[in-house]
Design a binder for this molecule. Structure first.
Ligand SMILES: Cc1cc2nc3c(=O)[nH]c(=O)nc-3n(C[C@H](O)[C@H](O)[C@H](O)COP(=O)(O)OP(=O)(O)OC[C@H]3O[C@@H](n4cnc5c(N)ncnc54)[C@H](O)[C@@H]3O)c2cc1C
Ligand code: SF4
Length: 511
């Protein structure tokens, strides 16, 4: 008797032939199910470029699978009443084919994991082994530790992978070369802009579909030029390695109004979709350093982002469960101000970070953490609303990576699970690391002349609002002592400025 086919679910961010579900299946017997469904495009108002990216990459991957002799049942986004769901598509495909079982790789989103759990068909859920640290290993590492710190996890990952190791010791004698990084940057005509990829016919059809179905969303589709195939993702990666990696470390934390990319890699989206493979990227970067083509601080800094931060946040997401999305340790409750959706603002830093997000669906880490994230933190914006914004607006945003970065790193909403202290900063930080402040209506140092910077006023307000909490935190306690030693006149000026900013936010007025 011929065994009935099984359905092999491939989600939009699982576009690798090495996915566990594909490895566990048989092309001669099984049917791959890929589905463009409204439920996945409307859980939050995703940026149109992000929807195009995912659907175009899915359609190209379906072609790749068919060329490798897989049968692919592919549903395009055609439901007129917007009710199709992943589970619904599985049930429909099972009825069509006689399949009685689903093989799936664990999604990176608690909502979908629950939906598969409730699917009436039996679903065999396999671990997503694209990550270098399996969930169970992270859970074991975390168990019994009083605090979870990325730096210790990262060292274990260096030992585990052997990346940039000389025997048991870190290459160059140190684990972390960040002291050589964190420089500001200047406009530079020689800094190579990232490669752009002209859409082919498949991608153009998706652009037309998204333009018609998602009109009016935050973000345009003009000039869509992101890589949507494995070959293009590899070309984008090569371009980074050759032209921007040498300056990656030094310019990592800098922000320039006229250069949204600086020396960043722009690979998070293809990496998260499955078009690139993390260990291969790190090995390549190490080889570039060993060949003397990039400085150690650039190579180590890049590898730390991938095997350190990326794996660490994924581990935090996995051990925390769906309840993590509702964490709000600081009790922040303000609604998300209109500036996040492109509303007017006099803050040059917010205008630059949000404007770039609207146009490109991209902002680099420091813009996300120290501009939009910092403002949300110190203004006390409700974490859930901030999480939904980040999940919606960035090309690379998937819950497993976005939620811990937003709720843990940027907002301290997890009470310190991910980071020992909040990444709160005043306008002085933005002035040091960017050229935004020079053209701003506000004075970052709040020393007179222009009105005091909202980041600076709210920074101190934030420290004081949670004074009791910081008393036992060495780094934050130090800031309380700086406040206590400040002249009374300056304190009164900063408090009044903060009260005014908060009142304006609460009244929906421009800040
Ligand atoms: C509030 C907030 C939300 C974020 N949301 C996302 C998200 O939804 N998806 C996402 O992939 N990253 C997210 N990040 C992390 C980081 O900002 C992006 O990975 C990075 O900006 C992507 O651009 P790039 O490829 O040019 O990165 P580069 O700066 O060139 O870094 C290289 C790679 O390192 C990895 N990386 C660096 N930092 C992190 C980090 N903190 N967490 C995970 N991976 C990291 C990424 O894969 C990135 O592509 C977020 C950070 C913050 C502060
Ligand atoms: S002065 Fe303040 S509000 Fe203006 S750009 Fe600088 S940090 Fe942003």
């Amino acid at each position: 008797m011929v065994a009935p086919p099984r359905l092999v679910l491939v989600l939009g961010d699982q576009l690798s032939p090495a996915m566990a579900a594909l490895r566990a299946a048989d092309p001669a017997r099984d049917i791959v199910v890929m589905a463009e469904v409204m439920a996945e495009a409307t859980d939050v108002p995703h940026h149109p470029q992000k929807i195009v990216l995912i659907l175009a990459a899915m359609r190209h991957f379906a072609q790749e699978l068919r060329a490798a002799s897989w049968r692919v049942a592919y549903s395009t986004l055609n439901d007129p009443d917007n009710t199709h769901t992943i589970a619904g598509e599985l049930i429909r495909r099972a009825a069509e084919s006689g399949a009685q079982e689903v093989i799936a790789t664990k999604p990176g989103d608690w909502r979908l994991i629950a939906a598969l759990g409730e699917c009436p068909l039996p679903v065999r859920l396999l671990p997503d082994d694209r990550f270098l640290c399996p969930e169970a290993d992270f859970a074991r590492w975390a168990e019994g530790r009083k605090t979870l710190r990325m730096e210790w996890f990262y060292r274990d990952m260096r030992r585990r992978t052997g990346l940039m190791m000389e025997g048991d010791a870190p290459a160059g004698g140190r684990w972390n070369f960040d002291a050589e990084n964190r420089k500001s940057a200047r406009a530079d005509l020689w800094r190579r802009a990232p490669l752009r990829f002209a859409p082919d016919g498949v991608t153009r059809a998706v652009i037309d579909l998204v333009a018609a179905r998602f009109a009016g969303r935050f973000g345009g589709l003009e000039g869509f030029a992101h890589p949507v195939t494995r070959a293009d993702a590899e070309a984008a990666w090569e371009d980074f390695v050759r032209h921007r990696l040498p300056r990656f470390g030094a310019e990592q934390d800098a922000m320039l109004a006229g250069d949204p990319f600086l020396s960043h890699a722009l690979i998070s989206a293809p990496l998260n979709l499955g078009l690139l493979e993390p260990l291969a990227l790190c090995r390549r970067v190490e080889a570039e350093w060993r060949a003397g083509r990039v400085p150690i601080e650039a190579a180590e800094g890049f590898i730390r982002q991938i095997i350190g931060w990326r794996e660490f946040v994924r581990g935090i997401w996995a051990i925390s469960g769906p309840g993590y999305l509702d964490r709000n340790a600081l009790g922040a409750a303000r609604p998300l101000p209109a500036v996040y959706w492109g509303g007017p603002t006099r803050m040059a830093c917010m205008a630059a970070a949000v404007g770039q997000t609207r146009d490109l669906a991209y902002a680099h880490h420091i813009q996300r953490l120290m501009v939009t994230g910092n403002f949300a933190l110190i203004a006390g914006i409700a974490p859930r609303a901030v999480h939904e914004w980040y999940l919606a607006v960035y090309l690379d945003a998937f819950e497993w990576v976005e939620a811990p970065n937003t709720l843990g790193m940027a907002l301290h909403a997890d009470g310190g699970l991910l980071a020992s202290k909040p990444y709160a900063a005043s306008g002085a930080y933005v002035a040091r690391m960017s050229d935004y402040c020079a053209g701003c209506a506000y004075d970052p140092r709040a020393e007179g002349g222009r009105p005091p910077c909202p980041m600076t006023a709210l920074y101190w307000d934030f420290i004081l609002r949670h004074r009791a909490r910081w008393a036992s935190n060495p780094r934050m306690g130090q800031m309380l002592r700086v406040w206590d030693a400040m002249a009374e006149g300056r304190k009164a000026m900063l408090r009044a400025a903060a009260a005014e900013v908060l009142a304006r936010l609460d009244a929906g007025e421009v800040v």
